[in-house]
Design a protein around this ligand. Sequence first.
Ligand code: HPA
Length: 262
Amino acid sequence: MADDLTQTEFPESNADRMAIIGGTGMTQLQNLDIVRREVVMTPYGEPSSPLAFGCIKAVPEREVVFLARHGYAHNIPPHMVNYRANLWALKSVGVKKIIAVNAVGGIRDDIGPGVLVIPDQILDYTTNRVNTFFEINLTHVTHIDFTEPYSQNLRQLILDCAVQEQLDIIDGATYAATEGPRLETAAEIRKLKQDGCHIVGMTGMPEAALARELELDYASIAISANWAAGLSDEIISMAAIEAVLKQGMTRVRQLLSRIIAS
Ligand code: HPA
């Protein structure tokens, strides 16, 4: 069915673009020279932001696309993001690979604030999101393979680039996707830990699954913004999260520049 979707709804495109979906702490990509912005309408409504097309100075011929998941004003909460429109818009402009940036809370002992992680698995605890393109007007019922929710090639590319940039990064973690927008209770985090989750965030799903439905390569750079609820003595404040992300995004941008240039 993914073939049906791609063949019937998208124009043939020879473009092989990479896209970055920026999350909390990254509403724009400072090191990207923006050439143009495009407002894309989709059958699913409007994406979170216009798509920004640009390149980095080192590789002016390679255009990448940037999308701000929460809008440029950072005013769309995780449960209100139009994930389908975002993924559809990117596919419609010839994007084939997506690197998502996700702020998370750290659950595993070695994933404290500021740590970068490339997750390899997902547990989906979201409860109230449209999570598929395969709903109506189907010629047959479809179940995508999602055994490995992230593209192994793209994960490896990110990890290789991190080594080249001498950035500490954790290879592999299970991402718990929660509904939000509230943060979790301490008991919920204890349960997620028992379930085998290592990080927790609100935006990883259904984004990863929708990308797979559209046959897009997708991987995530997760940045721990805080210890998850109950794992430290401190109350989790937005101010503290923002401070950690502000500092951590410098490394994420450095990594993205290397990935784009590679
Ligand atoms: N929980 C869920 N999402 C998050 C967190 C958290 O602790 N930190 C950043 N995003």
